[in-house]
Design a protein around this ligand. Structure first.
Ligand code: AMP
Ligand code: ZN
Length: 505
Protein backbone atom coordinates (compact mmCIF):
# COMPACT_ATOMS: atom_id res chain seq x y z
CA UNK A 1 0.00 0.00 0.00
CA UNK A 2 1.36 3.43 -0.87
CA UNK A 3 -0.36 5.23 1.95
CA UNK A 4 1.47 4.64 5.16
CA UNK A 5 1.64 7.92 7.06
CA UNK A 6 2.21 7.02 10.71
CA UNK A 7 -0.92 7.48 12.77
CA UNK A 8 -0.62 10.13 15.44
CA UNK A 9 -3.39 10.64 17.99
CA UNK A 10 -3.74 13.35 20.60
CA UNK A 11 -3.76 11.92 24.10
CA UNK A 12 -5.41 13.99 26.82
CA UNK A 13 -3.21 12.21 29.37
CA UNK A 14 0.03 13.54 27.90
CA UNK A 15 -1.58 16.61 26.34
CA UNK A 16 0.33 15.83 23.16
CA UNK A 17 -0.17 14.14 19.80
CA UNK A 18 1.66 10.83 20.19
CA UNK A 19 2.51 8.15 17.61
CA UNK A 20 -0.17 5.48 17.97
CA UNK A 21 1.07 2.08 19.08
CA UNK A 22 -1.68 -0.48 19.72
CA UNK A 23 -1.38 -3.16 22.38
CA UNK A 24 -1.98 -5.93 19.80
CA UNK A 25 -0.60 -5.60 16.29
CA UNK A 26 -3.84 -5.95 14.41
CA UNK A 27 -6.66 -5.19 16.83
CA UNK A 28 -7.52 -1.95 18.58
CA UNK A 29 -9.71 -2.01 21.66
CA UNK A 30 -11.87 1.09 21.92
CA UNK A 31 -14.38 2.18 24.57
CA UNK A 32 -16.71 5.14 24.14
CA UNK A 33 -18.79 6.61 26.94
CA UNK A 34 -22.37 6.29 25.79
CA UNK A 35 -25.50 8.32 26.38
CA UNK A 36 -27.63 8.57 29.48
CA UNK A 37 -30.99 7.54 28.09
CA UNK A 38 -33.42 9.79 29.94
CA UNK A 39 -34.07 12.03 26.96
CA UNK A 40 -33.19 12.32 23.28
CA UNK A 41 -29.54 12.87 22.40
CA UNK A 42 -28.93 16.47 21.38
CA UNK A 43 -26.79 17.43 18.42
CA UNK A 44 -23.81 18.04 20.73
CA UNK A 45 -24.01 14.50 22.10
CA UNK A 46 -24.13 13.19 18.56
CA UNK A 47 -20.97 15.08 17.67
CA UNK A 48 -19.21 12.83 20.19
CA UNK A 49 -20.23 9.73 18.21
CA UNK A 50 -19.41 11.21 14.80
CA UNK A 51 -15.93 11.77 16.27
CA UNK A 52 -15.71 8.19 17.58
CA UNK A 53 -16.92 6.86 14.25
CA UNK A 54 -14.27 8.87 12.40
CA UNK A 55 -11.64 7.51 14.77
CA UNK A 56 -12.85 3.98 14.25
CA UNK A 57 -12.98 4.29 10.45
CA UNK A 58 -9.49 5.81 10.45
CA UNK A 59 -8.18 2.89 12.50
CA UNK A 60 -9.84 0.54 10.02
CA UNK A 61 -8.28 2.48 7.14
CA UNK A 62 -4.90 2.03 8.79
CA UNK A 63 -5.47 -1.72 8.73
CA UNK A 64 -6.63 -2.42 12.29
CA UNK A 65 -9.70 -4.36 13.25
CA UNK A 66 -11.52 -2.48 16.01
CA UNK A 67 -13.30 -4.00 18.97
CA UNK A 68 -15.60 -1.15 19.93
CA UNK A 69 -17.78 -0.93 23.04
CA UNK A 70 -20.36 1.78 23.70
CA UNK A 71 -22.30 1.75 26.93
CA UNK A 72 -25.87 2.76 27.57
CA UNK A 73 -26.30 4.50 30.92
CA UNK A 74 -29.73 3.64 32.25
CA UNK A 75 -29.01 4.09 35.95
CA UNK A 76 -26.91 6.10 38.34
CA UNK A 77 -26.20 9.31 36.43
CA UNK A 78 -27.28 12.20 38.62
CA UNK A 79 -28.66 15.49 37.41
CA UNK A 80 -25.20 16.97 37.97
CA UNK A 81 -21.70 15.48 37.87
CA UNK A 82 -21.86 15.45 41.64
CA UNK A 83 -23.19 12.97 44.15
CA UNK A 84 -26.17 14.93 45.34
CA UNK A 85 -29.46 15.30 43.51
CA UNK A 86 -31.78 13.01 41.64
CA UNK A 87 -30.86 10.17 39.38
CA UNK A 88 -31.58 11.47 35.85
CA UNK A 89 -33.51 8.33 34.99
CA UNK A 90 -35.62 8.36 38.18
CA UNK A 91 -36.35 12.07 37.66
CA UNK A 92 -37.48 11.50 34.07
CA UNK A 93 -39.73 8.65 35.20
CA UNK A 94 -41.27 10.75 37.97
CA UNK A 95 -41.94 13.57 35.50
CA UNK A 96 -43.58 11.45 32.82
CA UNK A 97 -45.29 8.83 34.94
CA UNK A 98 -43.67 6.08 32.85
CA UNK A 99 -41.46 3.31 34.20
CA UNK A 100 -37.70 3.83 34.02
CA UNK A 101 -37.39 0.69 31.95
CA UNK A 102 -39.81 2.07 29.35
CA UNK A 103 -37.99 5.39 29.27
CA UNK A 104 -34.62 3.69 28.87
CA UNK A 105 -35.90 1.41 26.08
CA UNK A 106 -37.53 4.29 24.22
CA UNK A 107 -34.51 6.62 24.27
CA UNK A 108 -32.05 3.81 23.58
CA UNK A 109 -33.95 2.99 20.38
CA UNK A 110 -34.06 6.69 19.47
CA UNK A 111 -30.31 7.00 20.04
CA UNK A 112 -29.48 3.97 17.89
CA UNK A 113 -31.69 5.32 15.15
CA UNK A 114 -29.84 8.67 15.30
CA UNK A 115 -26.54 6.83 14.87
CA UNK A 116 -27.91 4.93 11.92
CA UNK A 117 -29.21 8.15 10.30
CA UNK A 118 -25.72 9.60 10.67
CA UNK A 119 -24.19 6.49 9.06
CA UNK A 120 -22.28 5.74 12.28
CA UNK A 121 -21.16 2.14 12.44
CA UNK A 122 -22.76 0.21 15.32
CA UNK A 123 -20.23 -0.84 17.97
CA UNK A 124 -19.11 -4.44 18.28
CA UNK A 125 -20.80 -4.49 21.68
CA UNK A 126 -23.54 -2.36 23.18
CA UNK A 127 -23.30 -2.74 26.94
CA UNK A 128 -26.10 -1.58 29.19
CA UNK A 129 -25.40 -0.55 32.78
CA UNK A 130 -28.34 -2.39 34.34
CA UNK A 131 -27.17 -5.66 32.77
CA UNK A 132 -23.94 -5.35 34.78
CA UNK A 133 -25.05 -4.57 38.32
CA UNK A 134 -23.61 -7.78 39.78
CA UNK A 135 -20.31 -7.12 37.99
CA UNK A 136 -20.30 -3.64 39.52
CA UNK A 137 -20.97 -4.97 43.02
CA UNK A 138 -18.14 -7.51 42.65
CA UNK A 139 -15.79 -4.78 41.43
CA UNK A 140 -16.76 -2.49 44.30
CA UNK A 141 -16.23 -5.30 46.82
CA UNK A 142 -12.71 -5.73 45.55
CA UNK A 143 -11.77 -2.07 46.06
CA UNK A 144 -13.96 -1.28 49.09
CA UNK A 145 -11.53 -2.15 51.92
CA UNK A 146 -8.53 -0.26 50.71
CA UNK A 147 -10.09 2.62 48.80
CA UNK A 148 -13.59 3.33 50.04
CA UNK A 149 -15.47 4.44 53.13
CA UNK A 150 -19.12 4.24 54.07
CA UNK A 151 -21.46 7.09 54.89
CA UNK A 152 -25.21 6.99 55.48
CA UNK A 153 -25.64 7.97 51.85
CA UNK A 154 -23.54 5.13 50.48
CA UNK A 155 -20.04 3.91 49.72
CA UNK A 156 -17.54 6.57 48.68
CA UNK A 157 -14.22 6.35 46.88
CA UNK A 158 -11.38 8.07 48.75
CA UNK A 159 -9.54 9.93 46.01
CA UNK A 160 -6.42 10.29 48.21
CA UNK A 161 -5.82 6.52 48.11
CA UNK A 162 -4.57 6.50 44.50
CA UNK A 163 -1.53 8.20 43.08
CA UNK A 164 -1.97 11.46 41.28
CA UNK A 165 -5.77 11.66 41.37
CA UNK A 166 -7.08 14.03 38.69
CA UNK A 167 -3.96 13.89 36.54
CA UNK A 168 -6.11 13.71 33.43
CA UNK A 169 -7.84 16.96 34.34
CA UNK A 170 -4.51 18.48 35.39
CA UNK A 171 -6.19 19.52 38.61
CA UNK A 172 -4.91 19.08 42.16
CA UNK A 173 -7.23 17.07 44.37
CA UNK A 174 -9.06 20.12 45.64
CA UNK A 175 -9.24 21.99 42.37
CA UNK A 176 -12.56 21.91 40.68
CA UNK A 177 -14.06 21.63 44.14
CA UNK A 178 -16.58 24.34 43.40
CA UNK A 179 -18.10 22.18 40.67
CA UNK A 180 -18.74 19.31 43.06
CA UNK A 181 -21.65 19.60 45.43
CA UNK A 182 -20.57 18.69 48.91
CA UNK A 183 -21.96 15.55 50.45
CA UNK A 184 -21.94 15.59 54.20
CA UNK A 185 -19.09 13.54 55.62
CA UNK A 186 -17.06 13.24 52.43
CA UNK A 187 -13.34 13.25 53.26
CA UNK A 188 -12.29 15.17 50.17
CA UNK A 189 -14.26 17.22 47.71
CA UNK A 190 -13.18 14.96 44.86
CA UNK A 191 -14.38 11.74 46.55
CA UNK A 192 -17.29 10.18 44.71
CA UNK A 193 -20.03 7.62 45.17
CA UNK A 194 -19.39 4.01 44.25
CA UNK A 195 -22.71 2.87 45.66
CA UNK A 196 -25.61 5.20 46.46
CA UNK A 197 -27.69 3.83 49.30
CA UNK A 198 -31.43 4.36 49.11
CA UNK A 199 -32.57 6.73 51.84
CA UNK A 200 -34.50 5.03 54.68
CA UNK A 201 -38.08 4.65 53.61
CA UNK A 202 -37.26 5.55 49.99
CA UNK A 203 -38.24 3.05 47.31
CA UNK A 204 -36.49 3.67 44.05
CA UNK A 205 -37.79 2.13 40.83
CA UNK A 206 -34.29 0.84 40.20
CA UNK A 207 -32.74 -0.60 43.29
CA UNK A 208 -30.56 -3.60 44.07
CA UNK A 209 -29.35 -5.33 47.22
CA UNK A 210 -25.66 -4.92 47.99
CA UNK A 211 -23.23 -5.30 50.90
CA UNK A 212 -23.80 -1.57 51.50
CA UNK A 213 -27.57 -1.85 51.64
CA UNK A 214 -30.21 -1.45 48.95
CA UNK A 215 -29.38 1.19 46.39
CA UNK A 216 -27.86 1.83 42.98
CA UNK A 217 -24.32 2.09 41.63
CA UNK A 218 -22.57 5.43 41.19
CA UNK A 219 -22.34 6.47 37.56
CA UNK A 220 -18.55 6.31 37.17
CA UNK A 221 -18.39 2.67 38.22
CA UNK A 222 -20.16 1.28 35.15
CA UNK A 223 -17.55 2.43 32.63
CA UNK A 224 -14.63 0.96 34.58
CA UNK A 225 -16.49 -2.31 34.98
CA UNK A 226 -17.78 -2.69 31.43
CA UNK A 227 -14.58 -1.53 29.71
CA UNK A 228 -12.60 -4.05 31.78
CA UNK A 229 -15.10 -6.83 31.18
CA UNK A 230 -15.08 -6.50 27.39
CA UNK A 231 -11.67 -5.02 26.64
CA UNK A 232 -9.43 -6.06 29.54
CA UNK A 233 -7.78 -4.09 32.34
CA UNK A 234 -5.55 -2.43 29.79
CA UNK A 235 -6.95 -1.40 26.44
CA UNK A 236 -6.07 1.08 23.71
CA UNK A 237 -8.40 4.06 23.55
CA UNK A 238 -11.15 5.55 25.69
CA UNK A 239 -13.27 8.37 24.26
CA UNK A 240 -15.80 10.90 25.46
CA UNK A 241 -16.70 14.57 25.29
CA UNK A 242 -14.29 17.11 26.77
CA UNK A 243 -16.50 17.52 29.86
CA UNK A 244 -15.64 13.94 30.83
CA UNK A 245 -11.95 14.81 31.04
CA UNK A 246 -12.61 16.78 34.19
CA UNK A 247 -14.49 14.39 36.47
CA UNK A 248 -15.97 11.24 34.98
CA UNK A 249 -12.77 9.97 33.40
CA UNK A 250 -10.62 11.01 36.37
CA UNK A 251 -12.90 8.88 38.53
CA UNK A 252 -12.77 5.96 36.13
CA UNK A 253 -8.98 6.15 36.19
CA UNK A 254 -8.93 6.21 40.01
CA UNK A 255 -11.19 3.12 40.10
CA UNK A 256 -9.00 1.34 37.54
CA UNK A 257 -5.88 2.09 39.56
CA UNK A 258 -7.55 0.79 42.72
CA UNK A 259 -8.80 -2.37 41.03
CA UNK A 260 -5.50 -3.34 39.43
CA UNK A 261 -3.36 -2.10 42.32
CA UNK A 262 -1.16 -0.25 39.83
CA UNK A 263 -0.83 3.28 38.50
CA UNK A 264 -2.23 2.17 35.14
CA UNK A 265 -5.03 4.39 33.94
CA UNK A 266 -6.76 1.52 32.10
CA UNK A 267 -6.58 2.96 28.59
CA UNK A 268 -3.38 4.04 26.87
CA UNK A 269 -5.11 6.89 25.05
CA UNK A 270 -7.83 9.10 26.51
CA UNK A 271 -9.34 11.08 23.66
CA UNK A 272 -11.92 13.86 23.94
CA UNK A 273 -14.01 15.72 21.43
CA UNK A 274 -14.66 19.39 21.95
CA UNK A 275 -18.18 20.77 22.23
CA UNK A 276 -20.76 21.73 19.70
CA UNK A 277 -21.91 25.14 20.88
CA UNK A 278 -24.97 27.11 20.04
CA UNK A 279 -25.14 30.84 20.41
CA UNK A 280 -26.98 30.56 23.68
CA UNK A 281 -24.12 28.59 25.28
CA UNK A 282 -23.57 24.87 25.64
CA UNK A 283 -26.31 22.50 24.61
CA UNK A 284 -27.78 21.02 27.72
CA UNK A 285 -29.77 17.83 27.83
CA UNK A 286 -30.71 18.32 31.47
CA UNK A 287 -31.84 21.93 31.04
CA UNK A 288 -33.87 21.07 27.92
CA UNK A 289 -34.46 23.34 24.95
CA UNK A 290 -31.83 21.64 22.84
CA UNK A 291 -31.79 20.62 19.20
CA UNK A 292 -32.26 16.99 18.25
CA UNK A 293 -31.37 15.34 14.97
CA UNK A 294 -35.05 14.67 14.37
CA UNK A 295 -35.86 18.36 14.74
CA UNK A 296 -33.32 19.09 12.00
CA UNK A 297 -34.87 16.44 9.78
CA UNK A 298 -38.29 17.91 10.53
CA UNK A 299 -37.01 21.21 9.21
CA UNK A 300 -35.91 19.59 5.98
CA UNK A 301 -32.22 18.96 6.73
CA UNK A 302 -30.80 15.60 5.76
CA UNK A 303 -28.94 14.03 8.73
CA UNK A 304 -25.79 13.54 6.65
CA UNK A 305 -25.57 17.33 6.34
CA UNK A 306 -25.09 17.38 10.10
CA UNK A 307 -22.40 14.72 9.79
CA UNK A 308 -20.69 16.87 7.16
CA UNK A 309 -20.92 19.88 9.47
CA UNK A 310 -19.12 17.85 12.17
CA UNK A 311 -16.45 16.75 9.70
CA UNK A 312 -15.80 20.34 8.67
CA UNK A 313 -14.18 21.09 12.04
CA UNK A 314 -11.36 19.27 13.78
CA UNK A 315 -12.74 17.19 16.65
CA UNK A 316 -10.66 19.08 19.20
CA UNK A 317 -12.04 22.48 18.14
CA UNK A 318 -15.30 23.92 19.27
CA UNK A 319 -17.89 23.87 16.53
CA UNK A 320 -20.58 26.48 16.28
CA UNK A 321 -24.04 25.32 15.45
CA UNK A 322 -26.45 27.69 13.74
CA UNK A 323 -29.09 27.68 11.03
CA UNK A 324 -26.49 29.13 8.66
CA UNK A 325 -23.76 26.61 9.49
CA UNK A 326 -26.07 23.67 8.91
CA UNK A 327 -27.50 25.25 5.74
CA UNK A 328 -23.95 25.71 4.43
CA UNK A 329 -23.19 22.06 5.18
CA UNK A 330 -26.34 21.02 3.32
CA UNK A 331 -25.27 23.03 0.27
CA UNK A 332 -21.78 21.51 0.44
CA UNK A 333 -23.29 18.04 0.56
CA UNK A 334 -25.60 18.84 -2.38
CA UNK A 335 -22.63 19.92 -4.47
CA UNK A 336 -20.76 16.76 -3.61
CA UNK A 337 -23.68 14.46 -4.37
CA UNK A 338 -24.33 16.21 -7.64
CA UNK A 339 -20.72 15.72 -8.70
CA UNK A 340 -20.67 12.09 -7.56
CA UNK A 341 -23.96 11.53 -9.43
CA UNK A 342 -22.28 12.75 -12.61
CA UNK A 343 -19.35 10.41 -12.02
CA UNK A 344 -21.73 7.49 -11.57
CA UNK A 345 -23.35 8.22 -14.94
CA UNK A 346 -20.02 8.68 -16.66
CA UNK A 347 -18.23 5.65 -15.19
CA UNK A 348 -18.06 2.69 -17.57
CA UNK A 349 -17.67 -0.04 -14.97
CA UNK A 350 -19.67 0.07 -11.76
CA UNK A 351 -19.93 -3.69 -11.14
CA UNK A 352 -17.55 -3.32 -8.17
CA UNK A 353 -20.13 -1.16 -6.39
CA UNK A 354 -22.40 -4.15 -5.93
CA UNK A 355 -19.57 -6.17 -4.39
CA UNK A 356 -18.72 -3.33 -2.02
CA UNK A 357 -22.34 -2.88 -0.97
CA UNK A 358 -22.67 -6.58 -0.25
CA UNK A 359 -19.43 -6.57 1.73
CA UNK A 360 -20.52 -3.51 3.70
CA UNK A 361 -23.90 -4.99 4.55
CA UNK A 362 -22.60 -8.42 5.56
CA UNK A 363 -21.15 -8.31 9.04
CA UNK A 364 -18.29 -10.68 8.29
CA UNK A 365 -16.63 -8.69 5.52
CA UNK A 366 -13.82 -6.48 6.65
CA UNK A 367 -13.10 -2.87 5.86
CA UNK A 368 -9.80 -3.95 4.29
CA UNK A 369 -11.73 -6.21 1.93
CA UNK A 370 -14.02 -3.34 0.85
CA UNK A 371 -11.03 -1.14 0.31
CA UNK A 372 -9.34 -3.84 -1.73
CA UNK A 373 -12.40 -4.22 -3.99
CA UNK A 374 -12.71 -0.48 -4.48
CA UNK A 375 -9.07 0.18 -5.23
CA UNK A 376 -8.48 -2.88 -7.46
CA UNK A 377 -7.40 -1.78 -10.91
CA UNK A 378 -6.49 1.79 -9.94
CA UNK A 379 -3.29 3.01 -11.52
CA UNK A 380 -0.34 3.94 -9.33
CA UNK A 381 -0.89 7.57 -10.30
CA UNK A 382 -4.52 7.43 -9.15
CA UNK A 383 -3.54 5.72 -5.91
CA UNK A 384 -1.02 8.49 -5.26
CA UNK A 385 -3.98 10.83 -4.84
CA UNK A 386 -4.80 9.01 -1.63
CA UNK A 387 -1.42 9.88 -0.09
CA UNK A 388 -2.26 13.42 1.10
CA UNK A 389 -5.66 12.17 2.23
CA UNK A 390 -3.99 9.46 4.28
CA UNK A 391 -1.53 11.98 5.72
CA UNK A 392 -4.36 14.28 6.77
CA UNK A 393 -6.39 11.66 8.61
CA UNK A 394 -3.25 10.13 10.14
CA UNK A 395 -2.41 13.52 11.65
CA UNK A 396 -4.80 13.23 14.60
CA UNK A 397 -7.82 12.89 12.28
CA UNK A 398 -7.36 16.16 10.40
CA UNK A 399 -10.58 15.61 8.47
CA UNK A 400 -11.14 19.30 7.63
CA UNK A 401 -7.97 19.00 5.54
CA UNK A 402 -9.03 15.65 4.03
CA UNK A 403 -12.49 16.77 2.89
CA UNK A 404 -11.31 19.36 0.33
CA UNK A 405 -9.07 16.68 -1.17
CA UNK A 406 -12.12 14.60 -1.92
CA UNK A 407 -13.94 17.64 -3.31
CA UNK A 408 -10.97 18.39 -5.53
CA UNK A 409 -10.73 14.87 -6.92
CA UNK A 410 -14.44 14.69 -7.78
CA UNK A 411 -14.01 17.54 -10.23
CA UNK A 412 -10.57 16.64 -11.57
CA UNK A 413 -11.37 16.55 -15.30
CA UNK A 414 -7.95 15.18 -16.24
CA UNK A 415 -8.68 11.88 -14.49
CA UNK A 416 -11.10 9.25 -15.88
CA UNK A 417 -14.50 9.20 -14.17
CA UNK A 418 -14.03 5.53 -13.26
CA UNK A 419 -10.90 6.32 -11.27
CA UNK A 420 -12.43 9.33 -9.61
CA UNK A 421 -15.49 7.37 -8.52
CA UNK A 422 -13.28 4.71 -6.97
CA UNK A 423 -11.20 7.29 -5.14
CA UNK A 424 -14.36 8.91 -3.78
CA UNK A 425 -15.64 5.54 -2.60
CA UNK A 426 -12.32 4.80 -0.94
CA UNK A 427 -12.08 8.14 0.89
CA UNK A 428 -15.71 7.85 1.90
CA UNK A 429 -14.90 4.67 3.83
CA UNK A 430 -13.32 7.08 6.31
CA UNK A 431 -15.67 10.04 5.95
CA UNK A 432 -18.82 7.93 6.13
CA UNK A 433 -20.96 10.35 4.10
CA UNK A 434 -22.48 7.47 2.15
CA UNK A 435 -21.75 9.40 -1.05
CA UNK A 436 -22.17 6.39 -3.27
CA UNK A 437 -25.63 5.44 -2.10
CA UNK A 438 -27.20 8.79 -1.33
CA UNK A 439 -28.92 10.45 -4.26
CA UNK A 440 -29.18 14.17 -4.62
CA UNK A 441 -32.97 13.80 -4.53
CA UNK A 442 -32.71 12.18 -1.06
CA UNK A 443 -31.51 15.51 0.30
CA UNK A 444 -34.74 17.24 -0.43
CA UNK A 445 -36.73 16.46 2.69
CA UNK A 446 -40.03 18.19 3.09
CA UNK A 447 -40.33 19.85 6.51
CA UNK A 448 -43.08 18.23 8.58
CA UNK A 449 -44.88 21.48 9.11
CA UNK A 450 -44.58 22.62 5.50
CA UNK A 451 -47.86 24.09 4.37
CA UNK A 452 -47.19 23.38 0.74
CA UNK A 453 -46.31 20.13 -1.05
CA UNK A 454 -43.52 19.67 -3.58
CA UNK A 455 -46.13 19.55 -6.33
CA UNK A 456 -47.63 22.74 -4.97
CA UNK A 457 -44.24 24.43 -5.10
CA UNK A 458 -43.65 23.18 -8.63
CA UNK A 459 -47.05 24.50 -9.75
CA UNK A 460 -46.34 27.95 -8.29
CA UNK A 461 -42.89 28.02 -9.92
CA UNK A 462 -44.48 27.20 -13.24
CA UNK A 463 -47.04 29.98 -12.71
CA UNK A 464 -44.23 32.39 -11.87
CA UNK A 465 -42.31 31.46 -15.01
CA UNK A 466 -45.36 32.23 -17.12
CA UNK A 467 -45.78 35.55 -15.34
CA UNK A 468 -42.16 36.42 -15.98
CA UNK A 469 -42.43 35.40 -19.62
CA UNK A 470 -45.36 37.79 -19.89
CA UNK A 471 -43.28 40.44 -18.11
CA UNK A 472 -45.84 40.48 -15.30
CA UNK A 473 -43.28 41.14 -12.59
CA UNK A 474 -45.84 42.12 -9.98
CA UNK A 475 -47.34 38.60 -10.07
CA UNK A 476 -43.90 37.01 -10.24
CA UNK A 477 -42.78 38.92 -7.13
CA UNK A 478 -45.99 38.10 -5.33
CA UNK A 479 -45.47 34.38 -5.93
CA UNK A 480 -41.92 34.68 -4.61
CA UNK A 481 -43.23 36.44 -1.47
CA UNK A 482 -46.04 33.94 -0.99
CA UNK A 483 -43.58 31.08 -1.12
CA UNK A 484 -41.20 32.85 1.22
CA UNK A 485 -44.01 33.20 3.73
CA UNK A 486 -44.32 29.42 3.57
CA UNK A 487 -40.58 28.99 4.27
CA UNK A 488 -39.60 28.27 0.66
CA UNK A 489 -36.78 30.34 -0.83
CA UNK A 490 -36.66 30.57 -4.61
CA UNK A 491 -33.15 30.30 -5.99
CA UNK A 492 -33.03 32.05 -9.34
CA UNK A 493 -29.80 31.27 -11.17
CA UNK A 494 -28.58 28.73 -8.59
CA UNK A 495 -25.40 27.18 -10.02
CA UNK A 496 -26.61 23.74 -8.92
CA UNK A 497 -29.85 24.14 -10.80
CA UNK A 498 -31.98 23.98 -7.67
CA UNK A 499 -35.11 26.01 -8.00
CA UNK A 500 -35.95 26.27 -4.33
CA UNK A 501 -34.75 25.51 -0.87
CA UNK A 502 -36.19 25.56 2.61
CA UNK A 503 -35.19 28.56 4.71
CA UNK A 504 -33.73 27.35 7.99
CA UNK A 505 -33.97 30.43 10.14
P1 AMP B 1 -24.46 12.21 28.05
O1 AMP B 1 -25.62 11.51 27.43
O2 AMP B 1 -24.82 13.50 28.69
O3 AMP B 1 -23.69 11.31 28.99
O4 AMP B 1 -23.46 12.61 26.88
C1 AMP B 1 -23.06 11.75 25.83
C2 AMP B 1 -21.77 12.26 25.20
O5 AMP B 1 -21.93 13.57 24.64
C3 AMP B 1 -20.62 12.42 26.20
O6 AMP B 1 -19.43 11.91 25.62
C4 AMP B 1 -20.52 13.92 26.41
O7 AMP B 1 -19.24 14.29 26.81
C5 AMP B 1 -20.85 14.42 25.02
N1 AMP B 1 -21.34 15.81 24.96
C6 AMP B 1 -22.23 16.40 25.78
N2 AMP B 1 -22.51 17.66 25.37
C7 AMP B 1 -21.79 17.87 24.24
C8 AMP B 1 -21.65 18.97 23.31
N3 AMP B 1 -22.33 20.10 23.44
N4 AMP B 1 -20.80 18.82 22.26
C9 AMP B 1 -20.12 17.67 22.08
N5 AMP B 1 -20.19 16.60 22.91
C10 AMP B 1 -21.03 16.68 23.98
ZN1 ZN C 1 -18.20 6.69 30.88
Amino acid sequence: MIQNAPLVLYNSLTRSADPFVPISDDMVRLYSCGPTVYNFAHLGNLRAYVFTDTLRRTLNWKGYAVNHVINITDVGHLTSDADAGDDKMEAAAAKTGKSIWDIAAFYTTAFKSNLSDLNILPPTIWSTATDHIQDMIAYAEKIADKHCYSLDTGLYFDSSTVADYGRLARAGTDEGESRIDPVEGKRHAADFAIWRASAPGEQRQMEWQSPWGPGAPGWHLECSVMSMKYLGTRFDIHTGGIDHREIHHCNEIAQNQAYTGTDDTGANWWMHNNFLVDRGGKMSKSKGGFTTLQSLIDRGVHPLAYRLLCLSAHYRSELEFSGESVAAALTRLKRLLMAVGTLKTKAKDTAWLRVVREARDSKGASFAYQRGVIEAGLSKAALEVLTPFDEAIAADLMVPRALPLLEEIVGLKSMPADDRLKLVASMDLVLGLNLIDTERADLRIRPVDAEISEDGIAARIEERQQARAAKDFATSDKIRDDLKALGVELMDGDPLGWEWSISLD
